[in-house]
Each structure stands twice: as structure tokens, then as C-alpha cells.
Design a protein around this ligand. Structure first.
Ligand SMILES: NC(=O)c1ccc[n+]([C@@H]2O[C@H](COP(=O)([O-])OP(=O)(O)OC[C@H]3O[C@@H](n4cnc5c(N)ncnc54)[C@H](O)[C@@H]3O)[C@@H](O)[C@H]2O)c1
Length: 457
């Protein structure tokens, strides 16, 4: 089939490459001239593992090309499918800004040849029907087909998704979509467009709730005899719950979960539907940067003023360059407001990019120089270079009070607790004491347990 993919960001570019790998002839449409120039030079403008290699391979087959306007995609041959993957960023009030979708649909509706129009962008329930009321000619050939990929495994997710959701008013539209995805094997959910839109928001709201729940658990596991790592491990082993995203840390992060929970919250409020659970999920997440800052402040003895703090990692995840809602964007200014002298290190960003994100921080290209002489270290990204660093050496190079706050719970706790540093994670990560080598005597047991039977002598 011949498909145009409108918008060449994280979703559209990985989708264009995946569809071309599946044998389709694909035209990637990108209006941003800088992004378009990168694409035409064979360089992906977004970071995704394996993307450059797979993009290079499909470009060689001649099945993938890039144009600036959707109308240009029609010049060579007619299109069977137009897939809309444009952004739906948050508006100031938290609602989804649909302006890119409105423009793309208008352009798609004007095309000759009546291609199937597939809406991949994440939009609030009712958006497709609002668009179809405006363009009734699209009604028989429109599918809302939300995307569920994870940044970091986007290409695999395109080839082997957990499910395909197709919201349409006419079965023939779903038939064309099935033809497009014929080489993908997974369960299908067919529904109305509004239900498809809700499935996407509900999925992200549920994932966000899991993260907020893990962070709330971590707050409850502050006591010395509770270890949050063991709690989430034990809870997640239940197949009804699972480990995915059930992990305390810096919160929702990246871009989709914060913007989609905010948009769903806004949509429900507009319908007059109370959402106390979603409200709590969002509020717990909003508190996380301040909670991490509080942990750091408490660990250094109450004041950050004039302390040198090395922030290790600015990205939310090492494998993604998506900084749109990275928690560091909130945390770095808070840290500077408290008077700390901030150093930043992130091997995924150039010193210029680091300086742009944190203008009054000192950018470091080496982990060692960022940490040497610092009073405190704050780990915000699970960079392997930081996780696998020689922490005994780093600790020796730090200045008192030598505090390490691990906001991603990614450093080895048993090692860090043995070093001459104050090590704190999100929730208590102190390992349980090793079991005694010999059986304790009855008197030792009684002494250790105040509620043990008093008959023991
Ligand atoms: N990023 C993710 O992990 C992810 C996952 C699932 C779903 N989504 C959803 O998919 C959609 C796209 O997300 P993204 O992260 O890829 O966005 P993005 O902002 O990275 O990319 C969107 C691209 O569309 C281009 N564009 C906008 N209007 C255009 C037009 N009329 N013609 C040509 N190009 C146009 C923009 O220039 C931009 O490059 C969003 O609705 C998002 O919520 C994203």
C-alpha cells in the first residue's frame, strides 16, 4: 500500500520506518524545515534505540521518502492511507491543544483519491466525532487508531504491539486498516472512535496511577524496618498487578503521561464528572520534585545555601531525548532558588543544551569532575555510567556532609550504605539485617521481642 505519515516526531518517524519495513511505500510528511532537513540527510531528528540503523536500511530500499506538505505526497502516485501523527501538546489550562490535528485533518480531507484517514495522535473523547461533523465526507474512511508505543522500544512496539485499537463508524474503514497492518499479529479492539480515544487516555491514566502509587508506597515505607524495593517486588509478582512502572522515582516524567492525565482530567471536569482518583494521581506526581528536594535538604542538615550539589542526569530516561516534561525542569530551578550551587552532568546532552536547560548551573562533561568537591549528589537519571561508577572513589572525592540522594532508586543500596556517605533513595532502601548464623537462644528471642511469651527464662 502507499501511505503518507503526517508528522515525523517520535510516533510518526518510527511508524514510517516500521511501515516501510513491512513492505509499504511510505511518504513521511514533516512541516518543520529543520526536522525535514535532518530526515532528508538520513538523520533521525528524535532519539530512539536502533532508529538510525533501521531508517538507513529502509531508505536504501527506496520505500521511504520525506516531503514538506501532504499535497506533495500525492505527486508521484495516489495514496491509500493518510496517517496523522502530529502533536497534541498541553494548552495552558491542561487541555489538549488540537491545532496541529485540525490542520492535518483539513489537509487530508482536501486530498483527491479518498484515502483512508487514520488518526494516531492522542485526542480527548469526542474529538473524532467533532472532526467528522466538520468533514462528513471522511465518515466512511476514517479510523481513530491511537498509538501505545513506549519511547525506548518504539520500533519493536510498532512491529509487535500489545493490541491494535480501531475506532470507526464503518467496517470498511477497519478493513483497509487491517490490510495496512496485515503483517502484525496481535489482538484487535474495534469500537466507536470516542471509545478508542478513551482507551488511550485510560491506559495512560492507569500507568500514571501505578507510578504515583509506587511513590506513595515509598513515602509509607520510610520506617527503618520497611524496604520499598522489596515491597514493590513482592507486590508486582502478582500477575494481576505486574512490575511494569511499579517503581518509585521521579514520577510520570517525559511527555505523554503528564500531558494525557492533565487532558483527561480537564475533559472529565468539562463533563462535570468527578475524578478523585485521577486527581490524586496527578497531585501525588506534582509533589514529587518538592519531595525529592525535601529529602536532599533534610539529608544535608536543613540548608542547601552555598552547598555544591552535583545533579547526575537531566533526562527522565537515558534512552529518550524527550525533555518536554522531564521532572528536572521543575527540580533544577527549585534547587537554585534554595541557594545551592548546582553542577549538572548528562552524557546525552551537549554542554550548550545543559546550559540552556539550567542557565545558572555549571555544565560538566565528566562525571568525576561533576562530583569531585560536591557536598551532595542528586541522581535524576538511570545513566549506566552513574549506576556502574566507582562510588567508593566518588565518595572519597566529595566534601562533607557527603550526601547521595538517588531519586531513581537505581544505585546499588548495599554498596552505598557501606560507604562513608549519607545515602538516601525514594523510600527506605536499607537492606534487612542478615539472618543470624546460629539459632538465637530463647532468652535472646525474648529480649528482641517485647511481646514474646514471658514464661521463657
Ligand atoms: N511520544 C510518544 O511516546 C507517544 C506515544 C504514544 C502516542 N503519542 C501521541 O502521538 C502524537 C505525536 O506525538 P510525538 O511525540 O510523535 O509528537 P512530536 O511533537 O514529536 O511530533 C509531531 C510532529 O508533527 C509535525 N507536524 C505538525 N503538524 C504537521 C503538519 N500539518 N504537516 C506535517 N507535519 C506536521 C511537527 O512539526 C512535529 O515534528 C501525540 O498526540 C502524542 O500524544 C506519543
Amino acid at each position: 500500500m502507499r501511505a503518507a505519515v503526517v508528522g515525523q516526531g517520535y510516533v510518526g518517524l518510527t511508524g514510517a520506518v516500521a511501515l516501510a519495513q513491512q513492505g509499504h511505500r511510505v511518504v513521511g510528511v514533516e512541516q518543520d524545515r529543520e526536522r525535514l532537513a535532518c530526515l532528508r540527510a538520513g538523520e533521525p531528528p528524535v532519539l530512539e534505540p536502533g532508529l538510525i540503523q533501521q531508517m538507513t536500511a529502509v531508505l536504501r530500499t527506496g520505500r521511504l521518502e520525506f516531503v514538506e506538505d501532504l499535497a506533495d505526497a500525492m505527486v508521484a502516485d495516489p495514496l491509500d492511507v493518510v496517517m496523522i501523527c502530529v502533536g497534541t501538546p498541553p494548552a495552558a489550562d491542561g487541555s489538549a491543544n488540537l491545532s496541529q490535528v485540525l490542520t492535518a485533518i483539513e489537509e487530508a480531507a482536501e486530498l483527491a483519491g479518498a484515502p483512508l484517514v487514520v488518526l494516531k495522535s492522542t485526542v480527548p473523547p469526542g474529538t473524532s466525532d467533532m472532526l467528522l461533523a466538520e468533514y462528513p465526507e471522511l465518515r466512511r474512511r476514517f479510523v481513530c487508531n491511537p498509538e501505545f508505543l513506549n519511547q525506548g522500544s518504539a520500533l519493536d512496539d510498532w512491529q509487535a504491539p500489545a493490541r491494535i485499537v480501531a475506532g470507526a463508524h464503518h467496517p470498511e474503514a477497519v478493513t483497509v486498516l487491517r490490510d495496512l497492518y496485515r503483517s502484525v499479529s496481535c489482538p484487535w479492539v474495534t469500537s466507536t472512535p470516542a471509545t478508542a480515544e478513551m482507551i488511550k487516555y485510560a491506559s495512560n491514566a492507569f500507568l500514571a496511577t501505578k507510578i504515583s502509587f509506587a511513590n506513595e508506597l515509598a513515602r509509607m515505607c520510610a520506617a527503618p524496618d520497611l524496604n520499598v524495593d522489596h515491597v514493590v517486588q513482592g507486590v508486582g509478582l502478582d500477575p494481576r498487578i505486574g512490575h511494569a512502572l511499579l517503581r518509585p522515582g521521579m514520577g510520570h516524567g517525559a511527555s505523554c503521561l503528564p500531558k494525557d492525565t492533565a487532558a483527561l482530567f480537564h475533559w472529565a471536569a468539562g463533563q462535570g464528572i468527578p475524578t478523585p482518583l485521577l486527581d490524586a494521581t496527578v497531585r501525588t506526581d506534582a509533589q514529587q520534585p518538592a519531595a525529592v528536594l525535601g529529602l536532599l535538604r533534610e539529608s544535608v542538615g536543613g540548608r542547601l545555601r552555598e552547598l555544591e550539589v552535583a545533579v547526575l542526569g537531566v533526562r527522565h530516561e537515558p534512552w529518550s531525548d524527550d525533555l518536554r516534561s522531564a521532572p528536572s525542569r521543575v527540580l533544577l530551578p527549585l534547587l537554585q532558588e534554595q541557594g545551592a550551587a548546582v553542577r549538572v552532568w548528562d552524557p546525552g546532552l551537549t554542554p550548550d543544551e545543559l546550559s540552556h536547560l539550567a542557565p545558572s548551573a555549571t555544565a560538566h562533561t565528566a562525571l568525576l569532575t561533576a562530583v569531585a568537591g560536591a557536598h551532595a549528589v542528586l541522581v535524576l537519571t538511570e545513566w549506566p555510567q552513574a549506576v556502574e561508577a566507582d562510588w567508593a572513589d566518588l565518595a572519597a572525592r566529595m566534601r562533607e556532609p557527603r550526601v547521595v540522594v538517588d531519586a531513581k532508586n537505581c544505585l546499588p543500596p548495599a554498596l552505598l550504605h557501606r560507604l562513608p556517605v549519607v545515602y538516601r533513595g525514594i523510600g527506605n532502601r536499607r537492606p534487612a539485617p542478615e539472618p543470624a548464623a546460629t539459632e538465637p537462644s530463647a532468652n535472646e528471642l525474648a529480649a528482641a521481642d517485647p511481646v514474646a511469651p514471658q514464661t521463657v527464662v
